[in-house]
Design a protein around this ligand. Structure first.
Ligand SMILES: NC(=O)c1ccc[n+]([C@@H]2O[C@H](COP(=O)([O-])OP(=O)(O)OC[C@H]3O[C@@H](n4cnc5c(N)ncnc54)[C@H](OP(=O)(O)O)[C@@H]3O)[C@@H](O)[C@H]2O)c1
Length: 270
């Protein structure tokens, strides 16, 4: 972040904690960060852990802020937007709430409000997230750049169109859970084959992390890397044949379509 811009987080929950930790670690001065929360213990925790200011008054906290990050649950959004009406004119609003459109925030805070919407994911909690960002009607490329710098404190960032946010939610927002499901299944299968639970977990964890790192560092497509390790008549080929017969690709395609459909429903208030 640059200059004297004050950053205010509305909602001192898990995601705000990940972001504040990342920002302070990356050199943002704690005195330029304020969090708000209804719960006193969260305010105390943030003050003690990160040296930032904490308040229970949203309206007061955002006065003069350069950036306001909305980090409450979607069901708490209406109350938060109400509390911020007219309170931070000129501030860039960054929302990390699933399913809340930039249009809804602009309608509540006034047309012309600069809004950037972000879909992060839980690996942000350990600085290994990936966030997709899109701009609302009045936010420009500079605003996206400010939001990108903020989210870069907890992982990678990509820019998308808002119409793609349901797809983003299906791929990376909910995505960590699919990988956890695959890990669970591999662990169980390893135990069935005679490994101890501890050894199976260590092998699966190392394999998933190693495969992701190899894919990133080699720059090669997953399909190419898969072909490289699949020798004719070998063990990998035997396993992949079973996964293909059971239509793994079809299962993922249907699963992600279900997640995207649910994301659209939630955005509509269902
Ligand atoms: N966690 C994830 O994996 C993830 C991933 C992608 C996106 N997100 C989005 O990130 C947002 C935050 O998620 P989270 O997991 O960090 O939620 P969280 O832990 O529930 O944090 C929200 C915090 O805001 C407080 N709060 C509620 N109403 C408030 C108000 N009017 N003013 C100030 N603070 C208020 C809550 O207090 P109470 O507990 O007392 O209500 C809570 O401490 C959500 O919109 C979610 O969709 C999360």
């Amino acid at each position: 972040m640059s200059g004297n811009d004050r950053i205010v987080f509305i909602g001192a929950g898990n995601m705000a904690e990940a972001l504040v930790r990342g920002l302070v670690k990356s050199g943002v001065p704690p005195q330029s960060v304020t969090v708000t929360d209804l719960r006193e213990e969260r305010r105390d925790y943030f003050r003690a852990s990160f040296g930032v200011s904490a308040s229970a008054d949203n309206c007061e906290a955002v006065r003069g802020a350069g950036v306001v990050v909305l980090a409450v649950k979607p069901q708490q959004f209406a109350a938060v937007l109400e509390s911020l009406k007219g309170a931070a004119p000129g501030a860039l609003i960054i929302s990390i709430a699933a399913g809340i459109t930039t249009g809804r925030i602009e309608a509540a805070l006034g047309s012309g409000t600069r809004v950037v919407r972000v879909m992060p994911n839980t690996p942000a909690l350990v600085g290994a997230g990936v966030s997709a960002l899109c701009a609302g009607a009045s936010a420009g490329s500079d605003d996206l750049a400010v939001a990108e710098r903020l989210l870069a404190a907890v992982g990678a960032t990509v820019r998308v169109e808002e119409a793609q946010m349901d797809a983003v939610t299906a791929v990376s927002g909910s995505g960590p859970a699919y990988i956890f499901r695959v890990m669970e299944a591999m662990e169980q299968a390893g135990v069935v084959l005679g490994l101890s639970a501890g050894v199976a977990r260590e092998l699966v964890l190392g394999t998933v992390m190693g495969a992701a790192q190899l894919a990133r560092e080699s720059g090669r497509a997953p399909s190419e890397l898969r072909e490289q390790v699949t020798s004719k008549g070998g063990t990998t080929e035997a396993a992949l044949r079973v996964l293909n017969e059971r239509d793994l690709a079809g299962a993922f395609s249907a699963a992600l379509a279900a997640a995207a459909a649910r994301s659209r429903e939630l955005a509509g208030g269902a």
